[in-house]
Design a protein around this ligand. Structure first.
Ligand SMILES: [Zn+2]
Length: 80
């Protein structure tokens, strides 16, 4: 959850700075980039970059947990 938030924040920062969304995770993660090392999903999922709802956006999803929104909704549902 925090990993996804961190990755998506980096995604937004990158989009703002470059005027266009990143095209790969490698644009966000690495020495001197927005995140130094790729976070590890606690469930062993893999993170990947997918195009967002608009051409000017992109987001990170987890192969196990899905998107940040989906994960948030799931957590909200089980907490009641
Ligand atoms: Zn995950």
């Amino acid at each position: 959850m925090n990993n996804l938030r961190q990755l998506n924040t980096a995604c937004e920062q990158s989009t703002l700075e470059n005027g266009k969304p990143p095209t790969a995770l490698g644009d966000l993660v690495g020495p001197g980039k927005f995140i130094r090392t790729l976070p590890v999903c606690p469930a062993g999922g893999e993170y990947r970059l997918v195009p967002g709802d608009s051409p000017a956006s992109a987001k990170i999803v987890c192969s196990v947990h899905g998107s940040q929104e989906e994960l948030q909704q799931r957590l909200r549902g089980t907490s009641r």
